[in-house]
Structure formats: C-alpha cells, structure tokens
Design a protein around this ligand. Structure first.
Ligand SMILES: O=C(CO)[C@@H](O)[C@H](O)[C@H](O)[C@H](O)COP(=O)(O)O
Length: 199
C-alpha cells in the first residue's frame, strides 16, 4: 500500500542521489547564467529603485502561491534595510475579501490604487508571467506612474509580450522550482545593490 501511494520510497537511493546532483547542477548553472546575463539590468534597476527610495517612494510587492512568499521575502529584505516595503499578498482578510467580492484579478490592483502613487515602486513576481491579477497590478502601477519591476520565467508570458514592467527579469527555464530559485538569487542581489546605493 505504502509503495503504491509513495513510489519514491522504493527508488534506488543511488538513482535518487544522481537525480539530486543533476538538479543541483541545473540550479547552480541557471543562477550563475542569470546573474551573468542580467548584471547590467540589475544595476540599472538598482539605480532606479535607489532613486525612488531617496525620493520618498515605497515598494509594493505581489505574486501568487510560491511567488507570494517571494513577494514577502522581497518586502522583508528591503524593510530590514530601512527601506519602506510591503507585500500586497500578505493581508489574507483583504485578499480574500477582494477576491470573493470583486474578483481575484483585482486583488493587487485595488490595493495599489488605494496605497500607491507616482514615485512608488511595484514589484511583481510570477513564474509564468501570465497570472491575471499580477498583470493587472502592473498595469495599474504603470497608470499611477510607479516604477515597475517584473520577475517571470517560462519565456516571460504576457508580462514580457506586453512589456508590462520597465525592469524585467525573465529566468530562462520552464521549471517552476528552478525559476523560483533563480528569481530568489536575483532579488537578493538586487536588495544588496539597492541598499548599497540608497544608503
Ligand atoms: O509553485 C508553487 C509553489 O512553489 C505554486 O504555489 C505556484 O506559485 C502557484 O501555482 C501560483 O498560482 C502560480 O502563479 P504564477 O507563478 O504563474 O504567477
């Protein structure tokens, strides 16, 4: 019974190790590649964010599922460095009320309309680049003349096709796991660069 429900428990441990080593290599190579290829874009984004923070701007982050936890991490990285940031995915009562009463596609856009303004920063995280509420958030942020930053994977989806983010980081992978790992590497480096430039 256990074997049926949990086939991985029956796998040859050597196979499992080989597969783990392959994933570690894939993860490392992808993170090295994005840091190398996006170095200039990271520097430009960091300069724009540092200028926005110096001008009194605040950072609003958002995403769904695993990307909502990344949105929280990004907000915490900046707040911890004394730079004002908040995750729009964190207020469960508000997200569920807006989703239930109005529509899930507005849960971030509505919050940005209420809290954001010109000179603030919107940072959207998605693995597909296609989540409707994330795209609506970026569109609203652009309408409010906020600085827009987007993290995506899988070719960038509509986030890339419709050029919804001024500073766009598309991880070249279709694995949700590898995309989120590489995005985490990128935003950690971004936070370091911004705090060095803003401080
Ligand atoms: O990948 C995970 C967890 O790592 C999922 O929770 C995932 O984030 C969710 O399916 C999201 O709804 C996917 O949204 P997105 O990344 O395509 O914007």
């Amino acid at each position: 019974m256990t074997g049926t429900l949990y086939p991985f428990l029956r796998r040859d441990p050597l196979d499992a190790m080989a597969s783990t080593a392959g994933k570690a290599r894939e993860s490392l190579e992808l993170r090295r590649r994005v840091l190398h290829e996006m170095e200039g874009r990271l520097a430009a984004c960091a300069a724009a964010l540092a200028a926005a923070f110096r001008g009194g701007g605040r950072l609003f982050t958002f995403g769904n599922g695993g990307s909502s936890t990344d949105a929280q991490s990004v907000a915490d990285l900046f707040t911890g460095r004394g730079l004002p940031a908040v995750s729009l995915a964190a207020d469960t009562a508000l997200v569920t009320a807006l989703g239930n009463d109005v529509g899930f596609e507005v849960v971030f856009a509505r919050q940005l309309a209420a809290l954001g303004g010109a000179g603030d920063i919107a940072c959207a995280l998605s693995t597909s680049g296609g989540s409707a509420n994330v795209l609506r958030g970026l569109q609203r942020a652009a309408g409010l003349r906020m600085v827009t930053v987007g993290f995506a994977g899988s070719g960038g989806g509509r986030m890339a096709e419709e050029r919804l983010a001024e500073h766009l980081f598309v991880v070249p992978s279709s694995s949700v796991h590898r995309i989120q790992e590489a995005q985490a590497t990128l935003y950690h480096v971004l936070a370091e660069l911004v705090s060095a430039a803003a401080g």
